[in-house]
Design a protein around this ligand. Structure first.
Ligand SMILES: Nc1ncnc2c1ncn2[C@@H]1O[C@H](COP(=O)(O)OP(=O)(O)OP(=O)(O)O)[C@@H](O)[C@H]1O
Ligand SMILES: [Mg+2]
Length: 315
């Protein structure tokens, strides 16, 4: 059973212009997204730069004004009431930001940074709070004395761990992780991803994992949604997406994952050329006359794809 339902979510930014600075048009950053989030599962949201991934995350967090659509949390519509210090929704849904450095206040000590959500949502004595912070630092593999330091005294990977510690401080149910590892080098990426997995089991957490790279989310996610121009072009289980991609955009993203295995490199290259050729010849079939992504249609119980006619993308 899903505890969070995103229904037809839209965020349109006004574009102002002309002599009177009136609204002349809109950026359709998010134009009708649906998602169901279940406990303990990891969801991927993947698309190119500018496709609307961060906007989706921020809208779910209440950091971006929703133009239309609803967020249903444990059966209640919370779209109008998010952003309150006392709302359970704001405690239960936390975010790890794309850029760790700018998301940690440089003037505050780590102790106060991690304690911020605790102070907003819980009443703990000073001793209880300290105990919780030490537990959190331990979970993310940081030493006790980190508590008294400032963000600039840490490396990129360590800062990202502090971001994770702050996000899990109030035992949330969902963490929106916006490209949490893309600024880190490969070995540190694996470390951060591994302990995100570990705390997931410990806390029964769900993740909405945002990435521009289908390769990164492959091993993490149970369910993946592919985003293009503010809409979903395809969504399904990991198997649906990697073994049976239907939309040309999904196929292009898969073809773009670098092939490490030298034996398969030629096959991979040929596949990429084939996908590009298919795209050049049939691009129009995949979008409507205005270039807009079609509504999602169900192929199976889990697999949905945005095609005009469901047969178009068949293999
Ligand atoms: N405050 C804003 N005002 C106007 N347009 C905006 C605003 N914020 C974002 N946009 C536009 O909305 C679209 C989606 O932006 P968003 O940040 O969600 O993309 P993204 O998928 O997260 O990209 P990236 O992978 O580069 O982080 C972009 O076209 C962007 O220019
Ligand atoms: Mg982004």
């Amino acid at each position: 059973m899903s505890f969070l339902e995103i229904e037809d979510l839209k965020v349109h930014y006004p574009i102002r212009g002309g002599f009177f600075n009136t609204v002349v048009d809109h950026v359709y950053a998010l134009d009708g997204i649906n998602m169901s989030i279940e406990r303990g599962k990891t969801y991927g949201l993947v698309g190119e730069s500018g496709s609307g991934k961060s906007t989706t995350g921020k809208a779910i967090m209440g950091l971006e004004k929703i133009t239309d659509g609803r967020i249903i949390y444990e059966g209640k519509d919370v779209s109008k009431q998010i952003r309150g210090k006392n709302s359970t929704y704001n405690r239960d849904v936390q975010m790890i930001f794309q850029d760790a450095t700018s998301s940690l206040n440089p003037k505050k000590r780590v102790r106060d940074i991690i304690a911020e959500p605790i102070r907003n949502f819980e009443r703990l004595t000073e001793g209880e709070e300290k105990k919780r912070i030490l537990e959190l630092l331990d979970i993310v593999g940081m030493p006790e004395d980190a508590m008294y330091k400032y963000p600039h005294e840490f490396s990129g990977g360590q800062k990202q761990r502090l971001g994770v510690a702050r996000a899990v401080a109030c035992r949330p149910k969902l963490i929106v992780a916006d490209e949490p590892v893309s600024a880190l080098d490969l070995s540190v990426q694996a470390q951060v991803l591994n302990f995100m997995k570990d705390i997931q089991e410990e806390y029964g957490l769900s993740y909405l994992f945002i990435s521009h790279d289908l390769g990164v989310v492959k091993h993490m996610c149970d369910h993946i949604s592919i985003m293009y121009r503010g809409r979903l072009v395809e969504s399904g289980t990991r198997e649906d997406i990697y073994k049976d991609p239907q939309h040309i955009y999904t196929k292009r993203l898969i073809a773009a994952i670098p092939e490490i295995d030298t034996e398969n490199r030629e096959v991979h290259k040929a596949n990429r050329r084939r996908v590009e050729e298919e795209y050049r010849q049939n691009e129009k079939q995949y979008y409507d006359e205005n270039g807009k992504v079609y509504d999602l249609k169900s192929l199976t119980d889990t697999h949905k794809v945005a095609l005009k006619n469901i047969e178009v993308g068949g293999n």
